[in-house]
Each structure stands twice: as structure tokens, then as C-alpha cells.
Design a protein around this ligand. Structure first.
Ligand code: ATP
Ligand code: MG
Length: 632
């Protein structure tokens, strides 16, 4: 076990954390007004808190200005963005001046194509600089960006284009993956031809990632590069109200149909800046690498808006973790002296499988802060990441948050909040989590319950696109007065939070409430099991019974089921022993790498007729494989 943190290496101390928390508690209005000052406002807000009209409601500002223009006085020549291609020798470095110029050019092209404030612009790109540039160009004009994950199918794209009413799309001819080419433009063409009557797309701008030609539709499609070359390198900013939408983004769809979450400008950007600085201990000279695709909220807040509003240096990596050989990510960290590395438990599980010798070949001593997001992380994966990658020297931030929250809500603060492996630990100053019982009564002390947030915070989403009523019923109505997260959590005697999974995934066996994460944690400690998911299914006697899907390191291992049962009995308890353990080749995952339990539950219950929307799955074929295994 490593030391929890190196005293002195980080900006904040435990006393600082307490002082901030107390200040936020004592006078929230003053605290948030103060935090709002991290931004440059055109008209400074006279109030901070949301009293029904939104955060910083009478303030005006521009997000693109805050991420670019305001840095030009002090750090025009500092690197804003490092783009690392798959090939080690291919690197592009953009200073704040360069990035500002690129954003202005693209904003002018968008304006020439009729884009005005409030219009929706869809961005569908591989990991290229133009992704970041497109977001900031939209923000400059007050247009609302809708970033679509690059791996979406034509159906998934068409759904989101129709729902958002996007009038312009920015895509690429292709994406690169080793020698392979990913057909971005033709995928978009298919999406656009699927149900043309429900789409409003008038223009498609195409980034040339390679010189491969692609079919172009005259009058609709334009290659972007020539237009950028002839566009002006300066572009005025649009003055936006704090509560004007900055972007809309669809949730990853782990629990059902993705929701178009709308984020505002002033509150969201304050939150992005505040949380990026606090949680990642942002310091001058840091090289910040968040491996999330910009198609997810993590990419929005911690590739673009957080680090750039704070004047940081961001790394974008085009390639994959283990291509052309295992260790590629570690090579990138070494080459760019990455200080802050933020990724997902799912990626760590995959990298762990490659063993310890691979990372040991690289110098990873530049790292100061390691972070994860997206799912509970097992104690085993936590310790591996901390020890083998962090060398036991780094702060480890297990960050809990959601698309709807805009940024991190519960997480350690380096140097200030002592970690416990696999706990998201304590709320950030100013965030007030509470645990409630099924009836909504707040629970005190060390306990377990439904995780809600009391009151609001600047980063909270404004609404669901086109569906204010759904926003109310999903988040505000279930436990009146509180924001309902959909997640369950346990609070220990130190007040630390341990996320137990979605409330729907808390399994109640004969009155024992068991978080799916507890069972999965027990199995993760077994070397023979790579990954697992525990699901509750109806049971005549016990109320609910448990079914486990497990991926084996070596499927020919003779006693995997017995091994799993013993591990659960020993680590959780006999009452948590599953009815059935299915050994499967893989689990159904969203494209962001999250397990889709809703499907595993339906398959375990034999309800295979109405499996619902499969468009968010990374590999839809796994569904048939699971059905075959379960039905024996
Ligand atoms: P949908 O809302 O469409 O079902 P989703 O909830 O997977 O999709 P996201 O907003 O990307 O979409 O994910 C947020 C959820 O991810 C959280 O509500 C929580 O369940 C899980 N999560 C995020 N970070 C953590 C973490 N550090 N520990 C445990 N769970 C986490
Ligand atoms: Mg969700």
C-alpha cells in the first residue's frame, strides 16, 4: 500500500479543504460569487445562486473568450494543445495564439454557412485538433455544439441529429486506426439518408484527416481546409447570457434511451474551471492528459473547457492504448512528461491484463495525479494503477460525477483529502450530498442509501433538450427538494462515500441490500476472473436473487464457477452467493466502456423479446452470445 499523498507536493492541505468547505457552508452566495470571478465576464453577475432563474443569471460572457482570448495577454506563446499522432514522430503543438487563430477561422466559416447564436452544430470527428476547435468556434458564435462520439452507427447519429435539430455537421473524410481507415464521411452520409424528413442538416463540412477522397454532395458538402485557409483569422465574440445553452450532449445510455442534456454557459464554465483546478491540483507547467473522447462529457469538461479556461496544456492522443504494441500509452506519458493522467476503470482493467512488465519499461515519474471516472473502480485495479503506474507517489482521484452534473462532484482533493482505495471520498467544497431512504427521508451517519444532492451547484444541467418535463420527473421529482442522481452509495464512519452502483442495481436478497459493485469487487480480486457483473433477478423466496456474468482470464479453467462462489461468500457473505454464474467471453458495453446491466438483467430473466435500443453498444453481437449461454 502506498502512502496516500506526498505532503507539500500539492497546492492544498487538509486545512485548506476544511476552510473552503466551511466558507461554502457559511455563506454559499458569497462563496459562489467568488468562484464566478475565475471567469472574465462581459457583464459581471450581481448574484450567483440559482433562485429559479439559473446560476449567475444576469451575467453575460463568452466561453470561447474565456478559454482563448483572455490568455493572449499572458500566455500567447504557451502550448495550449499537444496533438500526438499514432506515429511517435508526428506531433503538433499549438500555442494559445495558434489555437485562437484556428478557432476564429472556423467560426468565420460557420458564420458564412449561416450559423447564428442558438443554432445546433453537430461535431462528428476522430481525435483530431478540429474537434476542440469546432467546439470553441461554436461557443464563439453562441451556436450550441452537439458532439457525437466517433464510433456511433448511422442510426445512433440520425437519432441525435433529429432530436437536436442540427443544421450543420462537421465531420472528417476518415479516421485513422493503424493501417485501417474509419469511414466517417460515408457513415454520416448513411445517417443523413436514413430519415431525411426528420433532419434539418443543410451543410456538411469535411476535415481532411488523410488525402483519401470521399463522395461529396454538391450544394451540401464542402471540404473544410480550403475554406479555413481563406477565412479571416479574427472573429468577434457573441455576448451570451450566463444561462444560454453552451452545448447539448447525449448521456451514454447505460440505463436506457440517451437523454440530450443541456448545459449553460456561466455556471457550467465556472464548474469546469473550479473542479479542474481543485481535483487535478492544476499548476503552471502541468501537462494534462484525459483519455476520454470529446464525444463524452469527460472530454467536454476535462479535455476542453476545464483545462483551457484555466490556461493549461492539454494532450490529445490519436491512437489506442496498446497499438502498435502494448505500452503505447505509457510511451506517450514518458514522451510528453504528462503530469496528470485521467482515464476510466475499464481502460485500467484492460491494461492490467498486459502485466506489470510492460509499464516498467517506461519512465512515468512525471506523473503527479492519477484519476478515474465512469464506473466504480475495484480495489485491485485502484492499487495496480496507484502502484505500478503511479509508483505510489501520486495523488489518486476517483471522481464521481455524471453528464448531468457538468463536472466532478465527489472526489479526493490532492494533498487535502486522504484517499481510501476505491472510494470517491468526500464532496468538493460547496457540494452537499445526502443519502435518503426509499421514502426520501435523509439518513444520518454511517449508512447506505440513495445518493441525492441537496440544493444545486453551478455545473448542474439546465434541462433535457426539448423535454423540460422529463428533466423534472427524472431528477427533481423523485425526492422533492433534492437532485436525484440515480446512484446508490454507502457513507462510512469518516463521512466517505462509496458508490454502490445505480439504484436499480442495488440487489435486495432476503432484506440484505447488496451493491452490485461489492460483488464485482470481490471477484476482481480473483486473478482468474478478468471482469464481472452482478445482476438482481426476481426470486420467489428471497425477493431477489443474484446472477453473475464473469469473463475468465483462461476460459478452460476447470472450477471458475466454484471459485466465484467462494470469493463472494468469503468477501461479501453467504447471503450474497449467486444463484448462477455464467462464464462469458465479454460483457455488453456502451461505447464509453460501461456495462449495460439492463440487458444482462433481461437476458438473465429470459425477457429477450424487448431488449430495446442496442445502438449504444460497442459490440451488439455479444447479446446473442449471452442469450445462447444463458439459455444453455
Ligand atoms: P444514462 O444516463 O443514459 O444511463 P450514463 O449514466 O452511463 O448513461 P454518464 O453520465 O456518462 O451516462 O455516466 C454517469 C454515471 O456513471 C454515474 O451516474 C455513475 O453511475 C457512474 N459513475 C461515474 N463516475 C463514477 C465513479 N467514480 N464511481 C462509480 N460510478 C461512477
Ligand atoms: Mg446516467
Amino acid at each position: 500500500m502506498s502512502t496516500p499523498y506526498r505532503a507539500g507536493a500539492f497546492r492544498l492541505s487538509p486545512e485548506d479543504y476544511r476552510a473552503l468547505t466551511d466558507a461554502a457552508q457559511a455563506n454559499p452566495e458569497a462563496y459562489w460569487q467568488d468562484q464566478g470571478k475565475r471567469l472574465d465576464w462581459i457583464k459581471a453577475p450581481s448574484n450567483a445562486q440559482d433562485t429559479g432563474t439559473g446560476w449567475f443569471s444576469d451575467g453575460t460572457l463568452n466561453a470561447s473568450f474565456n478559454c482563448l482570448d483572455r490568455h493572449l495577454k499572458t500566455r500567447a506563446d504557451q502550448t495550449a494543445l499537444i496533438w500526438q499522432a499514432e506515429e511517435a514522430e508526428h506531433i503538433i503543438r499549438l500555442t494559445y495564439r495558434d489555437l485562437h487563430e484556428r478557432v476564429c477561422r472556423l467560426a468565420n466559416v460557420l458564420r458564412d454557412h449561416g450559423i447564428r447564436r442558438g443554432d445546433r452544430v453537430a461535431v462528428h470527428l476522430p481525435t483530431v485538433i478540429e474537434g476542440v476547435v469546432s467546439m470553441l468556434a461554436c461557443a464563439r458564435l453562441g451556436a450550441i455544439h452537439v458532439v457525437l462520439f466517433g464510433g456511433f452507427s448511422p442510426e445512433a447519429i440520425a437519432d441525435r441529429l433529429a432530436d437536436s435539430g442540427a443544421s450543420l455537421v462537421i465531420t472528417a473524410n476518415v479516421g485513422r486506426r493503424g493501417a485501417k481507415r474509419i469511414p466517417f464521411k460515408t457513415t454520416m452520409d448513411s445517417a443523413l439518408s436514413l430519415r431525411p424528413d426528420s433532419l434539418s442538416v443543410k451543410h456538411v463540412l469535411v476535415v481532411s484527416v488523410t488525402d483519401e477522397p470521399v463522395p461529396m454532395q454538391a450544394g451540401r458538402d464542402d471540404m473544410l481546409n480550403p475554406l479555413l485557409a481563406s477565412a479571416s483569422a479574427s472573429c468577434p465574440i457573441e455576448t451570451m447570457a450566463s444561462t444560454d445553452p453552451l452545448f447539448l450532449l447525449y448521456t451514454s445510455g447505460s440505463t436506457g434511451k440517451p437523454k440530450g442534456i443541456v448545459h449553460g454557459t456561466g455556471g457550467y464554465l465556472t464548474w469546469a474551471s473550479y473542479t479542474h483546478e481543485l481535483v487535478f491540483d492544476h499548476q503552471a507547467g502541468d501537462v494534462f492528459w484525459c483519455t476520454a473522447d470529446i464525444g463524452w462529457i469527460t472530454g467536454h469538461t476535462y479535455v476542453v473547457y476545464g483545462p483551457l479556461s484555466n490556461g493549461g496544456t492539454v494532450l490529445l492522443f490519436e491512437g489506442m492504448p496498446s497499438h502498435p504494441k502494448p505500452g503505447r500509452w505509457w510511451d506517450v506519458i514518458q514522451a510528453h512528461k504528462v503530469t496528470t493522467f485521467y482515464t476510466s476503470p475499464t481502460a485500467i482493467r484492460a491494461l492490467m491484463r498486459e502485466g506489470n512488465d510492460v509499464p516498467r519499461e517506461y519512465d512515468l515519474t512525471s506523473l503527479r495525479v492519477l484519476g478515474t471516472v465512469g464506473e466504480p473502480i475495484s480495489q485491485e485495479a485502484w492499487s495496480w494503477f496507484d502502484d505500478v503506474i503511479g509508483g505510489g507517489r501520486c495523488a489518486f482521484v476517483d471522481t464521481w460525477w455524471q453528464t448531468e452534473s457538468g463536472g466532478i462532484l465527489i472526489s479526493p482533493v490532492p494533498g487535502a483529502v486522504k484517499e481510501k482505495p476505491a472510494s470517491a471520498t468526500l464532496p468538493l467544497p460547496g457540494v452537499n450530498p445526502i443519502l435518503v431512504d426509499d421514502k426520501g427521508h435523509p439518513l444520518e451517519g454511517a449508512t447506505e442509501g440513495v445518493l441525492c444532492i441537496d440544493g444545486s451547484w453551478p455545473g448542474r444541467a439546465l434541462t433535457i433538450w426539448n423535454d423540460d418535463a422529463l428533466f423534472e420527473t427524472t431528477y427533481l421529482r423523485p425526492y422533492p427538494g433534492h437532485y436525484f442522481t440515480g446512484d446508490g452509495a454507502r457513507r462510512d464512519e469518516d463521512g466517505y462515500y462509496w458508490i454502490t452502483g445505480r439504484v436499480d442495481d442495488v440487489i435486495n436478497v432476503s432484506g440484505h441490500r447488496i451493491g452490485s459493485a461489492e460483488i464485482e469487487d470481490a471477484l476482481a480480486a480473483e486473478h482468474a476472473i478478468v471482469e464481472s457483473a452482478a445482476i438482481g433477478i426476481p426470486h420467489d423466496l428471497k425477493g431477489q436473487g443474484i446472477v453473475v456474468y464473469a469473463v475468465a482470464r483462461d476460459p478452460s479453467h476447470p472450477d471458475l464457477e466454484m471459485l466465484a462462489v467462494r470469493a463472494i461468500a468469503a468477501k461479501v457473505g453467504r447471503y450474497a452467493v449467486p444463484e448462477k454464474v455464467y462464464i462469458v467471453p465479454d460483457l455488453p458495453k456502451t461505447r464509453s466502456g460501461k456495462n449495460v446491466r439492463r440487458l444482462m438483467r433481461k437476458i438473465a430473466c429470459g425477457e429477450t423479446d424487448g431488449l430495446g435500443d442496442l445502438s449504444t453498444l460497442a459490440d451488439p453481437e455479444i447479446v446473442e452470445v449471452l442469450i445462447a449461454i444463458v439459455q444453455g
